[in-house]
Write a protein that binds this ligand. Sequence first.
Ligand code: GLN
Length: 287
Amino acid sequence: MTEESWTIRKVLTWTTQRFEKVDLDAPRLTAEILLAHTLKLDRVKLFMELDRPLQKDELAEFRSLIQRRLQFEPTQYLTGFKDFYNRRFRVDPRVLIPRPETELLVEAVLQLLPKDAPSRVLDLCTGSGCIAVTIAAERPQASVWATDLSKGACEVAAANAEQHQVASRVSVLQGDLFAAIPAGARFDVVVSNPPYVKRGDLPGLQQEVRKEPPQALDGGEDGLDFVRRIAEGSHAALKRGGWLALEIGDEQGDAVKQVLTRAGYHAVRVEKDLARLDRLAFAQEPS
Ligand code: GLN
């Protein structure tokens, strides 16, 4: 077969079958996303040009993406972005890929923040910055501080803040949890999607998840190391009556409630996600 005969249609069919063989999730969609990325087209535009043959260099680039996907590299690392709360975030292997569950956390925090009055928010373990940047973009009077232990993550978060034109209101600081926050700073909300996977569960995670930074997932022996440290440290960071909002693991509701209650917070509650699994925890600093 000559190179010219590889039309968009044919490439999509071939790639879908190849992905199906190794049981990748969403084989057809993934083929479309990767091909659209290679051709620098919108995915829907592919369908208007199904008979267009691929150029040699396009074919070569696409083949290399397929190879990487077959090695379980997440699609989002291959394309370099993930959509989150209606915005496009840059991602690479230095950061966890934003999850849809985390949109629920953002939604809940937005409910806690005034629409047209100033507020101060601290986002711990910011990673790609998807939480901090979305909050800043959705609440134009909010000032957001975002910290991460990883220098690489801070670079990605800062780039995303720049991209969404909120860099002047999102301070990205490298440091362990609260370490880089100016002494005496107080916030209306402390939010975090910390690493919460039990260390023993890491080797059993989906192959793609194992391509993500382990330090973004590893929550220690019971998965709650960060929850405990954040619960302890947030008293000094929260204004009176301020809120702590956390993403948690799907079986951690009871344990997290206990941690937060014992740490002296009020109004502790856990909410489930759309799959009815424990996913969010909230706690209020006494006033
Ligand atoms: N939700 C992630 C997963 O599916 C875990 C994210 C985290 O530890 N914060 O593995």
